[in-house]
Design a protein around this ligand. Structure first.
Ligand code: ADP
Ligand code: ADP
Length: 218
């Protein structure tokens, strides 16, 4: 479960996130929708302990990210496809991540297979297409088999087949009872992918309701 309470983040004079509160339901895909600059990434980065709230809190299963003893087993995230080491192979990148989090190499092979990376796993990441890089990010997020998943703009730049694959994957993860939080600036895509939408504009929540309620209102 992800819970934000009075969450605020200011960068100097810029208020990126302006005191938002929400709670995500397990077993559902919650879409985080809003234009560029709305504060989606900042919120997700704070959930992952990569940025510190100016005020308020965001917790995973009741604890701030940094307070979890085995964080990757609690929450997996795709925040930045560029975070991979370009000179390593996908397999190496995942093995190192697994080793530093006490996750088995058998699990590395499992996530490579699950994410369709088998044919490129032994190639250097710098040669990966955008779609393969996104898949590698997703593989890393799944490594610890976490109950909570955070995907920041995972469909950016994907072709229609890639978009469909991500949609099916997140639906399946939620079907297994996991909490899935996925951001996008594409309303039509979120309407097809999510059960519930939190709409953000200029750091504030504009709407927080089931997808069906938006469709009824239209
Ligand atoms: P989104 O993910 O919805 O596109 P962001 O969370 O990236 O939005 O950005 C929200 C606002 O915060 C923007 O005005 C952005 O310029 C600003 N911002 C984000 N990160 C930083 C940072 N590290 N330093 C200064 N301003 C930032
Ligand atoms: P440090 O700067 O010492 O590495 P952190 O930035 O991880 O420490 O955390 C410093 C403080 O901020 C801690 O008291 C922690 O509980 C709090 N904190 C970190 N992440 C969050 C979060 N997502 N929500 C609320 N508080 C947080």
């Amino acid at each position: 479960m992800i819970t934000a309470s009075g969450l605020r983040k200011a960068y100097g004079a810029t208020t990126a996130v302006d005191g938002i509160s929400f709670s995500l339901a397990p077993g559902k895909v919650t879409g985080f929708l809003g234009p560029n600059g709305a504060g989606k990434s900042t919120t997700m980065r704070m959930a992952m302990g990569l940025d510190r709230p100016t005020a308020g809190s965001i917790t995973i299963n009741g604890k701030a990210f940094a307070e979890h003893r085995a964080p990757l087993r609690e929450v997996g995230a795709v925040l930045d496809a560029g975070a991979a080491h370009p000179g390593w192979t996908g397999h190496q990148q995942l093995r190192i991540l697994a080793a530093t989090h006490d996750i088995s190499t058998a699990r590395v092979d499992e996530v490579i297979e699950m994410t369709g990376l088998t044919s490129v796993a032994d190639k250097r990441i710098r040669g990966y297409s955008l779609g393969m890089s996104q898949r590698l990010g997703i593989a890393a997020a799944l490594l610890g088999d976490p109950g909570v998943l955070i995907f920041d703009e995972p469909i950016n730049g994907l072709d229609p087949e890639g978009v469909r694959w991500v949609r099916q994957l997140v639906r399946r993860l939620a079907g297994q009872g996991r909490t899935v939080f996925i951001s996008s600036h594409l309303m039509s895509e979120m309407a097809q992918t999510a059960d519930h939408l939190i709409v953000l504009g200029r750091g504030r929540i504009i709407a927080d309701q089931p997808v069906g309620d938006f469709l009824d209102a239209a």
